[in-house]
Design a protein around this ligand. Structure first.
Ligand SMILES: [Mg+2]
Length: 231
C-alpha cells in the first residue's frame, strides 16, 4: 500500500452493473424515447455520445433532442429508477472483494485517504454508497448532476480528480495518489491529472481486451481488488 490517496471509480469498479456498455445504452435509449428523439438504430453509432465530451449537445441536437441541456437530468432519473430495481433484484451488487479491501486501506495505520470520482449523478452515488454501507470509507466524493451542464467535468476530464486532490492538499513531492477504474476514461483522466492509474479487469475475457493498444496506458493492471494491497 504505497499510496497516500486512493481514488476509486464507482460503476464497474466497485459496483457490478453487468455489461456496463449495454446498461448505459439501455438507459440512453429509454431517455431518447422519452424525449421523442430520432437516434441511430445502431448501438455503435449511439456510442458516439459517450465520446463527444463537451460536444454532446451537438450530438443530441443532431438526434432531434429539443432541450439537450436538460438531457442528463432525464437520463439520471431513468438510471436511478432502474438501479433501485436491479439492486433489489441483486442483479446490481458490490463486487465481493470490495468491502474487505476498502476496510484494510481505510484502517491502515498510515492515514490513507480514500475518495470516489464518479461520472454518475450525486444522488445515485449517495444511494449506492449508503445502500451497500460503504460511504464511511470515503473521505471525499466527486460526482455529477449538481448543475445541468456539468458534463464537462466528467472523466476523461481530470477536473474531478484534481478537485479531490485539492481537498486532500495533495503535494506530488510528498505523497502519491492512485486512481482505480475500469475504463479507458478513468485512465486518461488519471494521467491528465498526473497521478498513477490502475486499470481493473475483473472480466479479462470481455472488457478492455485491447487496452494495450490505447494511446494512454495504465501504470498498473489488476484483476481483483486484493492486488491493490501490493501496489
Ligand atoms: Mg466505471
Amino acid at each position: 500500500m504505497n499510496f497516500d490517496f486512493y481514488l476509486f471509480d464507482l460503476d464497474g469498479t466497485l459496483l457490478h452493473l453487468g455489461n456496463i456498455g449495454a446498461y448505459a445504452d439501455n438507459i440512453l435509449v429509454k431517455t431518447l424515447d422519452k424525449l421523442k428523439a430520432h437516434y441511430p438504430p445502431d448501438r455503435n453509432e449511439r456510442f458516439k455520445l459517450w465520446l463527444s465530451e463537451e460536444g454532446y449537445i451537438y450530438v443530441l441536437e443532431e438526434w432531434g433532442v429539443e432541450e439537450p441541456q436538460n438531457f442528463w437530468k432525464f437520463y439520471d432519473e431513468i438510471d436511478f429508477e432502474k438501479r433501485k430495481i436491479l439492486i433489489e433484484k441483486k442483479e446490481i451488487f458490490l463486487y465481493n472483494d470490495v468491502k474487505t479491501i476498502l476496510e484494510k486501506v481505510y484502517y491502515n495505520k498510515y492515514n490513507k485517504k480514500l475518495a470516489i470520482v464518479s461520472n454518475t449523478a450525486y444522488y445515485i452515488v449517495d444511494y449506492v454508497l449508503n445502500k451497500f454501507d460503504i460511504s464511511k470509507y470515503f473521505h471525499e466524493i466527486f460526482s455529477l448532476g449538481y448543475y445541468n451542464n456539468d458534463q464537462e467535468l466528467a472523466k476523461p476530464s481530470p477536473k474531478g480528480i484534481l478537485t479531490i486532490l485539492d481537498k486532500f492538499e495533495y503535494d506530488p513531492k510528498e505523497s502519491k495518489a492512485l486512481l482505480v477504474g475500469d475504463s479507458k476514461f478513468d485512465i486518461i483522466a488519471a494521467k491528465n491529472a498526473n497521478i498513477y492509474a490502475c486499470l481493473i479487469r475483473r472480466d479479462i475475457h470481455t472488457r478492455n481486451r485491447h487496452y494495450k493498444k490505447w494511446d494512454v496506458q495504465p501504470d498498473f493492471v489488476i484483476e481483483g481488488f486484493d492486488e491493490l494491497l501490493y501496489l
